[in-house]
Design a protein around this ligand. Structure first.
Ligand code: ZN
Length: 328
């Protein structure tokens, strides 16, 4: 009888059956940086394994590949001698190309249909590699370790330099035909026609992201240039800064209400740097949802702050390995 079977025969709590030396390689590719780390089955990062390298819109394809490869190499070097590597999970900025591992991140123009999964796979030969959109990884992380634990119909969101999201419905990841379901940042919000980098108008990202909110405020006379300056001005009583923050939150709330009208969400967990622009940002978004319509199935959707730290994207990427049961 194996050790695992002996443990199971005593009907222990599930955690007893976890081998904490079984690690996932987690990779998070974003528009400004790529990070990699080793994550155990309890969702804890091996701190010595966490490494990052810059990406950025001006990077060439070779520079991006080098950044990913170096981050992965450094993370793998931290694997303890007695540990087992189970596989790699990759969260990538979208769009992605299905579940093949190919990516075309909007803000990394050097990569179009680039085989990121294959690139990482060369560093973990023989092991499974799973790639999904970063928004899906955020949703996974919130259900696994964050603010959406115990719920089945969830959107995880990031409001930062961009706006991203991912869906879990009926307890399963919804990836869609091309892997891009949950792209809430490119849902059009009624009443706006801001031009978006994707080519459309009125996208949530073009209205509510940190940089676009600052741009709107500057058009109204605000002289600052960063989200931090906008936050400070609002605290100091600048009405334009406050109006910009409320405009962003209202647009996010409207988009969430529309998403909930379509797929009936229990909870939306919001993280990302700009979600901290004011102490009441999450409450403002929640109020926009609660007051959106007379449909209780829309207004019941709870809006909460992310339960994750800055490790969330890596935890979510690791969930592609450790919580494969959630992947549709
Ligand atoms: Zn767009």
């Amino acid at each position: 009888m194996s050790t695992l079977e002996k443990t199971a025969s005593r009907a222990p709590a599930p955690r007893e059956r976890i081998f904490v030396t079984d690690y996932a390689l987690a990779v998070d590719l974003g528009g400004t940086k790529v990070e990699a780390a080793l994550v155990d089955p309890t969702g804890s990062l091996l701190s010595s394994s966490r490494h990052r390298h810059p990406t950025g819109p001006a990077s060439t394809s070779d520079q991006l590949a080098d950044a990913v490869s170096l981050a992965v190499r450094d993370a793998l070097r931290a694997l303890p001698a007695d540990a087992t590597l189970l596989g790699a999970g990759i969260g990538s900025a979208g769009p992605i190309a299905g579940t093949t591992g190919d990516v075309s991140p909007l803000n990394l123009s050097a990569w179009r249909d680039y085989p990121l999964g294959t690139l990482v796979g060369t560093q973990v030969p023989g092991l499974p590699v799973t790639l999904r959109m970063d928004g899906i990884c955020i949703a996974l992380a919130e259900v696994w370790m964050g603010a959406a634990q115990g719920t089945s119909n969830v959107m995880g969101m990031i409001v930062s330099t961009g706006v991203g999201g991912g869906l879990i419905l009926g307890g399963r990841v919804i990836a869609g035909a091309t892997g891009n379901a949950g792209h809430i940042g490119h849902v059009a919000v009624a009443g706006f026609d801001d031009v978006c980098a994707c080519g459309a108008r009125g996208c949530l990202e073009a209205i509510a992201s940190g940089p676009r909110t600052v741009t709107w405020a500057r058009g109204q006379g605000f002289s600052g240039e960063t989200g931090e300056q906008l936050a400070a001005a609002a605290v100091a009583g600048d009405p334009v800064a406050r109006a910009a923050i409320e405009r962003s939150a209202m647009a996010v709330g409207r988009a969430i209400a529309s998403a909930s009208a379509l797929v009936d969400l229990d909870v939306v967990a919001i993280g990302g740097g700009f979600s901290h622009v004011s102490d009441d940002y999450i409450a403002l978004v929640g109020a926009a949802v609660a007051g959106h319509s007379d449909f209780g199935f829309v207004t019941k959707t709870r809006v909460v702050a992310s339960g994750l730290s800055g490790e969330g994207p890596l935890v979510g990427a690791a969930a592609l390995v450790h919580r494969a049961d959630l992947i549709g």
